[in-house]
Design a protein around this ligand. Structure first.
Ligand code: ADP
Length: 433
């Protein structure tokens, strides 16, 4: 063979060999790259589906190996960061959920960021619906609440507003600005606290009414007493009969004042929860005792008091003086509101399951009009103010009685027909200890 040709052939062979080697390497690299890219696509798909526990499994050397290591590390960091954020969100929502008031966090554009179930209930929204991300305008149905939110959300001031709503509800709404961390200027939204203060307002009104009523009730007899004393002082020549008549009025009014003050003190001591020692009290004995006390006044009107006890040995646990007061108030009322020659009957029996002791105080007196039946247990409520005053009533007797019955775990109701008579029914649980 021509030596030149032989040389060319060996170069050619050598080039072919290198080319073949390169081709093999390229094919291998391409296969690795494709496998890598396939794995990359799989992992990135899973990550975008929030499956942060996915990891890159293909083992490759070099830069691709470095890239997959970094990628795995990145997913791991994302995984733990998201877990941390989720945990913090869970903590926050648990805190907000446990608050006993309605809580809402609203961003500067009015979007709800957080809302607890109580707030949903108070805003009359469905508890199951997720309201986060929705503008409060589409959530708050009540006009007054909506106007308040619109006016103050985003305000830099802390606002407290009391709203009288439908169904006699009263809400106290506190709206505080939320600042971007450490910044005293950048407001990012508002936090709203809604409190149902209906009961509180009711109690406060009751207290105000009570003070006004007490003042009025005390003033009336006092004015009368000072008036007659003045008249007696100025007029020396008043005849004996008129003088005695004036003194009788002063005595009557003084007694009324005394009764009123005693009743107010009694009511306040019950409300303050007296430190009482409970004892076993035989109801029949208490009834007999009260009969003795009221006998004189009953016989002065020729009113008879009879009884019918299913169980004369029945006992309850309670404060003896309070139990006696219940009997006294109800029998005394029976005598007061029953005309001459009337009749009162005290009946004791059990309910169907013998779970409760029932005491009934029946009279054939003047009765109570229908519209007053659910009001007579209110303080100072009297069907006929003048009449009740005239017979020495304070308007507190039934309020005190109701309190005392409640302290025994029981309740009191009344059935009455005007002109026919009344039946006050006291129910007390048998197993009271
Ligand atoms: P008072 O001191 O005026 O009797 P109470 O609280 O004991 O106050 O009673 C409230 C009102 O209920 C009375 O003013 C009276 O109008 C009515 N009332 C109470 N008991 C009777 C009864 N047995 N019969 C008719 N009316 C009654």
């Amino acid at each position: 063979m021509n030596p030149n040709l032989q040389q060319v052939s060996s170069v050619y062979f050598f080039v072919m060999l290198i080319t073949l080697g390169l081709a093999i390497l390229l094919i291998r690299y391409t296969v690795t790259l494709r496998r890598y890219l396939k794995e990359f696509t799989r992992v990135s798909k899973k990550v975008s589906n929030k499956e942060f526990h996915t990891r890159f499994n293909t083992y490759v050397k070099g830069e691709l190996g470095e890239l997959s290591k970094n990628f795995n590390y990145m997913i791991q960091i994302m995984d733990s960061t998201i877990e941390e954020v989720e945990y913090k969100h869970l903590q926050l929502t648990s805190i907000v959920k446990s608050v006993s008031h309605g809580i809402l966090a609203i961003d500067i554009k009015g979007k709800i960021l957080l809302i607890n179930d109580i707030a949903k209930e108070m805003l009359k929204c469905d508890i199951e619906t997720n309201l986060e991300g929705i503008n409060f305008k589409f959530v708050v149905g009540d006009k007054k609440i909506l106007e308040t939110f619109q006016k103050y959300v985003g305000s830099t001031q802390n606002e407290v507003i009391e709203l009288n709503l439908k169904d006699n509800l009263v809400y106290r709404i506190k709206i505080d600005p939320v600042y971007l961390q450490d910044s005293k200027h950048a407001i990012i939204g508002s936090i709203i606290n809604i409190e149902d203060i209906t009961e509180l307002v009711k109690l406060e009104n009751m207290r105000k009414d009570f003070v006004a009523n007490v003042s009025h009730e005390l003033k009336t007899p006092l004015t009368s007493i000072t008036g007659f004393v003045e008249t007696l002082k100025i007029n020396d020549d008043i005849d004996k009969n008129t003088r005695n008549h004036f003194l009788d009025i002063i005595e009557k009014e003084s007694n009324r004042l005394k009764g009123l003050i005693e009743d107010i003190l009694l009511l306040s001591s019950i409300e303050n929860g007296q430190d009482l020692s409970y004892e076993k009290v035989k109801l029949f004995d208490v009834f007999k005792e009260v009969c003795e006390i009221t006998e004189y006044i009953a016989s002065s009107k020729n009113i008879t008091i009879s009884y019918n006890f299913e169980d004369e040995d029945v006992c309850i646990y309670g404060f003896r003086d309070n139990i006696k007061q219940i009997f006294l108030n109800l029998i005394d009322n029976g005598i007061k509101y029953t005309p001459k020659d009337g009749h009162i009957e005290v009946v004791q029996h059990y309910d169907e399951n013998r779970q409760n002791i029932i005491l009934e105080f029946k009279d054939n007196g003047i009765g109570i009009p229908k519209e007053s039946l659910n009001r007579i247990f209110e303080r100072f409520y009297r069907v006929d103010k003048a009449r009740s005053r005239d017979i020495g009533g304070t308007g507190l007797g039934l309020a005190i009685t109701k309190h005392m019955v409640k302290s025994l775990g029981g309740n009191i109701t009344v059935e009455s027909i005007l002109g026919i008579g009344s039946d006050f029914i006291v129910t007390i649980p048998v197993d009271i200890k």
